[in-house]
Design a protein around this ligand. Sequence first.
Ligand SMILES: [Zn+2]
Length: 418
Amino acid sequence: MEKEKRSPHIILASQSNLKFKETLPIKWGAQTAMERGPVVASNTNHKARNAIGAHSGSYTVYRALSIASGKFPPMHRPDLNNTQSPVKIGPYPQWKDPLKMVTVDPWGLDPQLNFKPLFEEGYDIRPTISVTQAHLQIPEINEAIDKGRLQVDGSIIRENRDVCVTKVAIDPVWYLPGVAERLNVDEGDLRRILFQETGGMYPEFITRPDLKVWLPPIGSSTAYIFGKAEDLANPKVELTCRVHDECNGSDVFGSDICTCRPYLMYGIEDATRTAQRGGVGIIIYYRKEGRALGEVTKFLVYNARKRQEGGDTAATYFRRTECVAGTEDARFQEFMPDCLHLFGISKIHNLHSMSNMKYDAIVKSGIEVVNRVSIPDHLIPQDAQVEMEAKKAAGYFSKEPKKTTEELKKVTGRAIKE
Ligand SMILES: [Zn+2]
């Protein structure tokens, strides 16, 4: 049991003698996994660590609670036997370009295979991506089958109406020089502000400029693939894609102030239909709740919108968010395409999104977009008309004309107590 204990000795990151022979270099964007080198952030051997932060994003804190309460052996190493992906994903040329993907580590998929010799040497390299297969049971898909928009085909949609998918969980791994470059800021400034805004959580931002990779304590992303995963990289195969930012209130609870769940479900329906006609579909779900401002801010904005003079109108939709949060949007879609490049995507035939920020980021990253698909009107809840009309007026993509300022004032939502 003694062996299970980690040394209680605390090592301050500001100590200068922290480079060890066990520390492997990371050459971001190298041609092979072994040349690139693994990201080692596990705590079982601090001498081998070559990244800032810890694995599992925000769940790091729960792991700490488990260890503190004696329920989790701190020296535990995962047994990765049989955990590998059931489908082949990559490697793609995008994996070997140091600037194409700066917030995802593609070699974090099945590291026990990619870095086999290093595992045999005893390195504790943890996966940051995992892949599995599942069946989805969704009321909106049932309705689409009832109405004849989707058909049971026995493979993509089973006889019991289950939709078969491959799903991929992606933890964030940030290559700081690439993140700085994408934002067009100095890496030193970025590191200093990250240090300050996290309340000094990661002194290595300042003390260890040699460490270039950070595992940020934020949510992961999840991709749902309809059809064959390897077809995503083939530009000749029709691809339907939705890049969806989390909205717990609508996505999970069916709250009607926005169009998030209807749009998500329409994306799933269309991705399924595309797979059934020989194409492939992908929905990527990003944990960026409330435009990455968080749900607390979001609910404050809802109240401010509904209580303002004149009520909740499309004319004042964006302004209220900025008043409360300091910015209209904190999602930084610049990094969103990284998850598309993970799958080797170079062409999207049908992009389900009305957001110009998403569209621009995708196109700028080198992916061709053929059609943009907006949500059909009949799927928009009444109270969400405010959001929809405000977005269209602000230049979001839609096939319908935008409303004038006077017309926007007439698009109103429910009052706060209704
Ligand atoms: Zn929403």
